[in-house]
Design a protein around this ligand. Structure first.
Ligand SMILES: [Zn+2]
Length: 411
């Protein structure tokens, strides 16, 4: 029976306790069978049936649950480096969006990309993230914005998921922005989203969640409410891109609709925080986007003080967060949002699992959960994020199987 021993520190990251409760065990061991965790605790108490040839030596390193990126826009064509430079020169995101750039530019590039091209790109990124210790990724559509193209993107996720050990949780984001073809008849687009498109997504089981971008350049609260109600009627969970560039009441809507998550929240109001605190909705911080847009950080401390679970994700997308590096997002959660490394870790593990409805399966190192974990070459969680390097993960296991092991990690 396989077991990982000689773990310097293991962060179990159970759901109980607050944002900074990561349930550390020093001199730990972890064992699993059939892909599920069967034992976790102090190595001195490891039962005798574990051992022999299946012992893996962690050499005193840190072990954490497999990281979960609960907010990405994984499938898209092209890039937008030109806009990056325009914004550095002072042009605003909304101004660029109004003149046909932004999401609309990526929609054009995505529609022009073949299935094979999109698949190859997604597959390459999953290979990259698993090396960083990431074992589960949420992936949104939203660069198709027509019935055919949205279904195509979600099908790409189904296909890439089959060929990858990394778990992919798909989200339907047809409500990313109103596509150019519907500019003068946005009601018709909302009708399409709520009607035939939502029905097709649900019937083919292509998504677990439906997300809506509530913003001046995207959808109103009333439109978002209609879309999320239609999603619920089809059995899809709700998510909201909320209060990113302005306080549009997105957080309150997420709470009202029992959304799994309210994401961004850079401009969330005090009322929005109070609504989230009284709900089951997880807040998701996306500090890479905050950094790239050069905007003030989200009020992480106020959310945490109010008792709202706060996840951390990359928001990987070609406009405002062109990196898949989740530990980098965790570092930014510390430096921009004043979160401790322990709080950021809880945000990228069990709270991220809650944000995508996967908390029963993964996100913590507990009995019965999938044996998804990463071995980090650092003495503890604080040191890992403080002394930042390109990649400190030396081995990533999914369901008990080693998916990547670095050269400096040997059994
Ligand atoms: Zn996003």
């Amino acid at each position: 029976v396989p077991a990982l021993t000689n773990i310097g520190v293991l962060a179990a990251c159970r759901r109980d306790g607050g944002q900074d409760a990561i349930h550390l065990i020093c001199d730990a061991a972890l064992a699993w069978e059939g892909g599920r965790i069967t034992w976790v605790g102090h190595q001195s108490e490891l039962p005798h049936q574990y051992g022999g040839a299946d012992i893996i030596d962690a050499r005193g390193r840190l072990v954490v649950p497999g990281l979960i990126d609960c907010h990405t826009h994984l499938a898209f064509g092209g890039w937008r480096a030109g806009e990056f430079v325009e914004r550095l020169r002072g042009r605003s995101y909304l101004d660029i969006a109004k003149s046909g750039g932004g999401i609309a530019a990526t929609v054009r590039a995505t529609r022009a990309a073949s299935n094979a091209e999109l698949l190859a790109r997604c597959d390459a990124w999953l290979r990259e993230v698993v090396r960083l210790g990431v074992t589960t990724v949420e992936a949104k559509s939203g660069y198709g914005l027509s019935e055919e193209e949205e279904l195509r993107l979600l099908s790409v996720y189904a296909e890439v998921s089959q060929g990858s050990a990394v778990r992919v949780v798909p989200t339907f984001l047809g409500a990313h922005t109103v596509p150019a073809e519907f500019a003068d008849r946005r009601d018709d687009y909302v009708d399409l989203l709520c009607g035939p498109l939502m029905t097709a997504v649900a019937a083919r089981r292509l998504a677990r969640f439906c997300d809506v971008f509530v913003e001046e350049s995207a959808f109103t609260i009333d439109e978002a409410r209609r879309v999320l109600a239609a999603a619920r009627a089809c059995g899809l969970g709700a998510k909201v891109h909320a209060d990113q560039l302005s306080d549009g009441g997105g957080a309150a809507l997420a709470a009202e609709m029992d959304a799994a998550s309210a994401d961004h929240l850079d401009c969330v109001s005090r009322d929005g925080i109070a609504r989230l605190a009284g709900s089951t909705t997880v807040a998701v911080s996306l500090p890479v986007a905050t950094l790239y847009l050069g905007r003030p950080p989200m009020p992480a401390r106020a959310l945490i003080d109010a008792g709202v679970p706060l996840a951390v994700a990359t928001d990987f997308n070609p406009g405002t967060a062109p990196t898949v590096h989740l530990p980098f997002a965790m570092l930014l959660a510390c430096t921009l949002q004043r979160m401790t490394p322990a709080e950021a870790l809880k945000g990228a593990t069990i709270y991220a699992a809650m944000a995508i409805g996967e908390a029963d399966a993964c996100g913590s190192l507990e009995l019965g959960k999938r044996a998804d974990f990463a071995i980090i070459d650092a003495p503890d969680v604080d040191h890992w994020l403080y002394h930042f390097t390109a990649n400190r993960s030396v081995a990533t296991y999914i369901a008990g199987a080693p998916i990547v092991t670095a050269q400096n990690f040997s059994r």
